[in-house]
Design a protein around this ligand. Structure first.
Ligand SMILES: [Zn+2]
Length: 496
């Protein structure tokens, strides 16, 4: 890939730049020189107006600008830097916009409404998949009239191969918004459909029917329980949930799909593209990256997906979701949000390495942000999951002495406004004081960040997220856009 093909500047340009700045006192300062380099790179960017053969959209669920900031520092510190200066793979992309994520009926959005916006080009209500906001949530009878076409459905008709990868259940909101039409995101199998539901099938059935018809070629994630009857046990001895007797995994194998459920069967998958691929690595969601055993990483799944789908001469559309960044934040556990965020960044890097920006549009975004917040004033290099350390007035790196709040106790850099880490406790009649906190507590992988408002599950927030893009028509991302605009850029890039 030649993202930064403009890095080697013509000598004339470099000398012109030097001349223009020759009388500026600070021109030999490292920050000044680095910014000059960035300026020249941006001046030299050429817009790519070719048709995109391939479109890849990578969504880290719940990874708004704040969460992305935390992952940047986390990864930078893992790489031995202070952290703040680190550049994540998508931050090297030449084009970016801010995205307004609200649903038509919700200031704070959910992943079904946001996924539908990104993949279908229209905003809708919270909790619904692949339908417009004429539908009332839960009303099966309105689905047929309210259904909207997804980018995957449109591009499949144009001969592109379609892939869906998620670390969440494949029937969960974000991946399901690529292929399903459902009055409720919770209709993952037949047991969740309301009595007398006519007008739609459950989400797992919709996926397998799309694979049978050739509209989805590659589907990889978690969620086996929604594909198996309740009297059938899976490879990890967990029971299915279906009560209609349908074994959808056998059905997929019946029409020729390859099936994988652990690392060994994943490793054996044939990437020739001749047979559809169905992989379900867990009964529910895949494991957090921090806890991962016997199942592939997101980057490994992306590599397998791109290798398989690239066999299609008409190109492909690939949706990739890091679904568990969101779940870790719901748990109030910053460590797992960061480690799953870092695994997402490795997947972005892999997608960049395996493609060419001349013919592949890569979009990196989030569906929404969380109620995450950052305290001050912490010195450079303060461990992002740890206590806020003081600023060294004489040097660069933090003082290694925790800052104290007005209650005399230290506090972490990162917290959530609400969540199970609330300092207010029910057993004290919803009063409380902040517990004392050590650095060892704070950097423990299982530490739940302090929060104010008590909620068993920390909430999303309605803040903007970013969308980063490279490749054909990536420059159509600029300014502040509505989330449903993302679909329109993908469609234009792939079909203009
Ligand atoms: Zn969520």
């Amino acid at each position: 890939m030649k993202l930064k093909q403009n890095i080697l500047l013509p000598l004339v340009l470099v000398s012109a730049m030097t001349q223009a700045n020759e009388n500026i006192t600070q021109q030999s300062n490292q920050w000044y020189k680095a910014a000059q380099q960035t300026l020249q790179e941006n001046i030299a960017i050429k817009l790519n107006t070719k048709r995109a053969k391939n479109v890849i959209i990578l969504v880290a669920d719940g990874n708004g600008v704040g969460t992305n900031y935390a992952t940047r520092i986390w990864q930078g510190q893992k790489n031995g830097l202070l952290g703040e200066e680190y550049v994540l793979p998508q931050e090297k992309f030449p084009h970016i916009a801010l995205v307004k994520t609200y649903n038509t009926n919700a200031q704070t959005p959910d992943s079904a409404g946001t996924g539908t916006a990104m993949h279908s080009g229209v905003k809708t209500k919270a909790g619904m998949l692949g339908v417009d906001d004429s539908v009332v949530r839960g009303d099966c009878s309105a689905v047929a009239a309210g259904s909207v076409d997804s980018i995957a459905e449109i591009l499949a008709k144009k001969g592109k191969a379609i892939g869906i990868i998620s670390t969440a259940r494949l029937t969960h909101a974000t991946p399901a918004s690529v292929y399903a039409h459902s009055a409720d995101r919770n209709f993952e199998d037949n047991t969740k459909l309301p009595e007398g539901c006519v007008g739609q099938k459950d989400i797992a059935v919709q996926l397998i029917e799309k694979m049978a018809s050739g509209e989805v070629d590659f589907a990889m994630g978690g969620g086996r329980r929604h594909f198996l009857p309740k009297d059938v046990k899976d490879g990890e001895n967990k029971s299915g949930r279906r009560t209609d007797g349908k074994n959808l995994i056998e059905k997929a194998q019946g029409f020729g799909a390859q099936y994988a459920w652990d690392q060994a069967s994943f490793d054996k998958l044939d990437t020739s593209g001749d047979k559809p691929v169905l992989a379900l690595f867990e009964s529910s969601h895949m494991k957090y990256e921090h806890d991962r055993t016997n199942e592939p990483s997101l980057a490994q799944m992306v590599e397998k997906g791109i290798k398989t789908l690239s066999n299609n001469k008409q190109g492909y559309f690939l949706h990739v979701e890091a679904g568990r960044v969101d779940h870790a934040s719901h748990d109030g556990n910053a460590h797992r949000a960061m480690t799953d965020g870092a695994a997402f960044m490795a997947a972005v890097k892999k997608a960049v390495e395996l493609t060419n920006s001349e013919d592949t549009l890569i979009i990196v975004t989030a569906d929404h942000e969380h109620a995450i917040a950052f305290n001050g004033y912490c010195g450079r290099g303060t461990p992002i999951t740890g206590l806020c350390m003081g600023i060294d007035t004489k040097g660069t790196k933090h003082t290694n002495t925790p800052e104290k709040a007005d209650d005399g106790k230290p506090y972490t850099v990162l917290g959530y406004l609400n969540g199970s880490g609330s300092v207010l406790k029910e057993d004290q009649n919803w009063t409380g004081t902040r517990p004392a906190l050590t650095q060892a507590d704070a950097i423990d992988p299982d530490y739940i960040q302090q929060a104010l408002i008590p909620k068993s599950s920390e909430t999303h927030s309605g803040e903007d997220v970013a969308v980063y893009a490279s490749g054909p028509w990536a420059h159509l991302f600029n300014g502040t856009v509505e989330q449903n605009y993302i679909f329109h850029v993908m469609l234009h890039a792939a079909t203009n």
